[in-house]
Ligand binder design. Structure first.
Ligand SMILES: C[C@H](O)[C@H](O)[C@H]1CNC2=NC(N)=NC(=O)C2=N1
Length: 98
């Protein structure tokens, strides 16, 4: 199931195929700091990501300062990382152009 917690081997495998993301200390979340040319592009990215998140019913922890968007993904329902985190991370990479 998409909301089943992944074991550390499955997390390593998924992370290896995912550009730019790192495992947060303790392994409960994946994180990526995105940088764009300006605020408008950063906010456009957030708008696309927000719609994708809503569709997945899976929502990011994130913050934005001007052209930077810092993202942290985890599944609190499962107490760790699930396929949903990696699905949303891949979509975000696509919206950011990588
Ligand atoms: C009730 C609702 O389905 C849950 O709270 C969903 C909503 N969005 C979520 N988003 C994230 N990132 N993790 C969750 O566990 C989660 N759970």
């Amino acid at each position: 199931m998409a909301r089943d917690k992944l074991d550390s081997e499955a997390v390593s495998r998924a992370l290896a195929e995912l550009d730019g993301w790192a495992l947060e200390d303790g392994g409960v979340a994946i994180v990526r700091n995105f940088a764009f040319r300006n605020f408008s592009e950063a906010f456009g990215f957030m708008a696309r990501a927000a719609l994708a998140a809503e569709k997945l019913d899976h929502h990011p922890e994130w913050s934005n300062v001007y052209n930077k968007v810092d993202v942290r993904l985890r599944t609190h329902d499962a107490g760790g990382l699930t396929d949903l985190d990696f699905k949303l991370a891949r979509k975000m990479n696509g919206f950011a152009g990588n």
